[in-house]
Design a protein around this ligand. Sequence first.
Ligand code: GAR
Length: 218
Amino acid sequence: MDKSFNYVISPEISEFRKFSPKLKIGVLASGRGTNFQELINLSEKGELDIDIKVLITNKDDAGCIKRAESVEIPHKIIRGKDFPKKEIFELKIINTLINYDVELVVMAGWMKIVSPFFIKKFKNKIINIHPSLLPAYKGGSAIKESLVNGSKITGCSVHFVEEEVDSGALIMQAALSIRDDDDIESLSKRIQILEHKILPHSISHAGFLIRGNFMENY
Ligand code: GAR
């Protein structure tokens, strides 16, 4: 795969912030977990001062589970269908995050919309990665829509989670060209390379804001 391609990241990548004690994060993921893996790698190498307290997934067969198991990060499978109401499902997730004492909730491929109830519990402490240059292409088919629409540029965004889906203050974005011969697979691969760069740096930045109680001014 072509790993050398032009892209722009803003704000520019700088050094990770130092956290002592390490920033306690909870990861919510529904899929393969390549973003989650990147966080594991950076943490293990001692480059990013995070303590991944728990992985929560809503899918029995999500690839992220094996990744958590391989490094003994606690994981919980919490399925929406096992609860009579969305609020009770979310309460289970909230209580799990509280029990693990997380400071920042990271949605790394979490494919369920969270309610205002959930967001209020972790006000300004949830970030999400999305495969488009928000506010373009919100929702679950962002990459496909960018291709169907004939966009020439796309990318990925990390933002604080607000009540409106895929909204909230942007933390970091990365942009790249869409090629004439791109399909969903080829474009997704290049976007993911950039996701793996901006999510860790966005965690570093969000952690800095949270630890410094700077969120009121963000
Ligand atoms: C990522 O591309 C992320 O942007 C996307 O899910 C993928 C998860 O990949 N998230 C969304 O579409 C959220 N609306 P991963 O499981 O390999 O990290």
